[in-house]
Design a protein around this ligand. Structure first.
Ligand SMILES: O=C(O)CCCC[C@@H]1SC[C@@H]2NC(=O)N[C@@H]21
Ligand code: NA
Length: 599
């Protein structure tokens, strides 16, 4: 095959393992492009380490001096949760299950509108550095600590998946050195995050997002051009009935429908773009609240573009009639097959893959260092000097970097579809955290005990559901196209035996993973409210001003005033904390004056 200059991949190959000896994939220029990506990221890190305040304060290292504009913040918001998992996992999803997943784009409307008008104003006016400080202001220190540890748990696992995915996929197809890549990526990322702080993380995210879009676009252009044009791609895709229509099936155990993606996806988006520290930190690093809201709006078009690029990539792949086993590596297999012989393009795609990974794990490192510093260490050592605090933050970023490499190895053992693993993590852990914040912001009666018990119960139910679904996975048949002729025969036989509709607990376990965020968020709120009412609900006037959002007041705006007053809080969000404190101080002063004056 090499002689004829055709693709080095045999067609209809049963196994995908390529002979790693033929390193013909990468010419020198490809390695150069990959090296340039790492060097440029490193350069930005060094620039911010040696310029501005030279990262001497935690305000600069962790909050970028709250001086950022909406453009870099919005691109950084995209990059934080658009990793190699999406670049590899979404095309694989479209290839194997059709375009149903694209409907998650409908969740982006409310998924960004609600953060822009509810979560950002509350967090911004409280002038916190970490989202979990809100939990202490609204509830208690214990709730804040539990929220922080839950977030750390979620991001550490997610980081491992993000580092491991590109390296493992590349190694499986091209023999690209696995642990060398994991080490190189992890170290470069740890270095520029530790040296340059949030400013470096945001500006490398901007650069890496551009590389990410460029790489995906290149693959699509070459793919369409090789097929002979858009019309041919469309015809093949249509014939292979990859274009799935609007599936309005209300069954919550149906994996992907308009409801699980369009509605369940809203809760997933809120858990990420509403209350996840990585995103909240970016909102808080904006120079004004308006700038933060604008950056949230600007995320919408770029997120739709990112979704469209990865979905179209899955469709372009489909025109190849190669039957290969479906797993994340297949995308690399397809891309390497297609870009073969075009010097520089395989390198560009590798750079795209690692840009996606680097931009996500650097955001994870930085947000983990921030919450560890702000929520766990500073409250214990209030007298710590700024210099020591900044040094400690850098040590934390470094240690999270090394921990992430260890997590990468753990991912090796997971094996599920990486997109599913990532979304399940968000659902199982991000969902309860979202519930905790909603409990605090929308329900004034919620108290600390209710919040604590609600969070713990929510996590227990979430893990019961998540692990139960893995253990009880009725070996759902792989879609037909993903196998060789032999497996297709078996699948057809299997499909004919109508799967007995699971009942009871089995039905619970087969809940679509896209509903995990919504389900777990609701569990935390319900249990939190029940416990709060049982242990004495908080009175609205006792709640720290600025930590409530009158959602219920707005939802029930049609109710008569006296009912509304009783039923839900109507504290106008407009009052900033300082105004409310002044009001309380003035009332207190008058009260004291009255007392003594009488004397
Ligand atoms: O790419 C990843 O690392 C995680 C998978 C995508 C996470 C969610 S899906 C909806 C939203 N759109 C994105 O691009 N990321 C988030
Ligand atoms: Na990313």
């Amino acid at each position: 095959a090499q002689e004829q200059g055709t693709s080095p991949f045999p067609k209809h190959q049963e196994t995908i393992k390529m002979d790693p000896s033929d390193q013909k994939f990468f010419t020198v220029i490809d390695y150069v492009i990959f090296a340039v990506l790492l060097a440029a990221s490193m350069g930005i890190g060094l620039y911010y380490a040696l310029s501005g305040g030279r990262q001497r304060t935690t305000q600069e290292f962790l909050m970028a001096d709250r001086s950022m504009g909406c453009l870099p913040v919005s691109l950084s918001l995209i990059a934080s949760f658009q990793s190699a998992v999406a670049i590899i996992g979404v095309p694989a999803e479209i290839y194997t299950h059709g375009t149903q997943y694209w409907f998650i784009g409908c969740a982006y409307i409310l998924g960004l509108f609600i953060p822009a008008h509810i979560f950002i104003p509350v967090f911004y006016r409280l002038r916190v550095s970490s989202a979990y400080q809100y939990l202490e202001l609204r509830f208690s220190k214990a709730v804040r600590i539990c929220g922080t540890f839950t977030f750390i748990f979620q991001m550490v696992i997610y980081m491992g998946v993000c580092v491991y995915t590109p390296a493992f996929a590349l190694n499986a197809v091209t023999g690209f050195e696995l642990w060398g890549t994991v080490l190189a990526t992890g170290l470069v990322c740890t270095l520029y995050t530790t040296l340059g702080g949030l400013k470096a993380v945001i500006w490398t995210d901007v650069f890496q997002t551009v590389v990410m879009f460029a790489g995906q676009l290149a693959v699509i252009v070459v793919g369409v051009q090789k097929t002979g044009g858009v019309a041919d791609v469309w015809r093949k895709v249509w014939e292979g009935n990859r274009i799935s229509g609007l599936d309005l099936n209300p069954d919550p155990t149906e994996r992907h429908t308009f409801w699980t993606l369009g509605v369940g996806g809203v809760f997933l988006m809120l858990s990420l773009y509403g209350v996840n520290q990585a995103q909240v930190q970016r909102y808080l690093s904006s120079r004004t609240e308006k700038e933060a809201v604008r950056s949230c709006y600007m995320v919408f078009p770029s997120l739709q573009l990112a979704l469209a690029l990865s979905c179209v990539m899955g469709l372009v792949m489909y025109q190849e009639d190669m039957f290969i086993v479906c797993f994340p590596q297949m995308v690399i297999y397809f891309v390497m097959d297609m870009l073969h012989g075009l010097p520089g393009l395989p390198g560009l795609f590798i750079a795209c893959l690692f840009s996606a990974a680097l931009s996500t794990i650097s955001s994870a490192f930085n947000s983990l260092a921030t919450v560890t510093m702000e929520d766990l260490i500073k409250p214990q050592y209030p007298a710590m000097t700024e210099a020591r605090a900044t040094l400690l933050s850098k040590v934390l970023a470094m240690s999270y970097g090394l921990l992430c490499l260890a997590m990468a190895y753990l991912t090796h053992l997971m094996g599920d579809s990486v997109l599913q693993v990532a979304l399940k993590i968000f659902g199982m852990v991000g969902g309860p955290i979202l519930g905790l914040f909603c409990l605090g912001m929308f329900f004034p009666w919620a108290n600390s005990i209710g919040a604590l018990v609600g969070l713990c119960a929510g996590l227990v139910v979430a893990f019961w559901l998540g692990i139960g679904s893995i253990l009880n996975r009725s070996t759902r048949p792989l879609p037909l196209e993903c196998g060789t002729n032999a497996t297709i025969a078996i699948q057809t036989a299997f499909n004919n035996t109508t799967l007995s509709q699971p009942s009871g607990l089995k039905r619970f376990y087969s809940l679509s993973y896209m509903w995990y965020s919504g389900f777990n968020c609701t569990t935390v709120i319900l249990i939190g409210l029940i416990i709060s009412f049982l242990t004495g609900p908080t009175k609205e006037e006792d709640v720290m001003p600025g930590t409530l959002y009158p959602l219920l007041g707005k939802l029930f705006c049609f109710l008569p005033e006296h009912l509304k007053k009783k039923l839900c809080c109507v504290t106008p969000l407009g009052q900033t904390v300082s105004e409310r404190i002044d009001l309380i101080a003035k009332n207190l002063a008058t009260f004291i004056y009255d007392v003594f004056a009488v004397e």
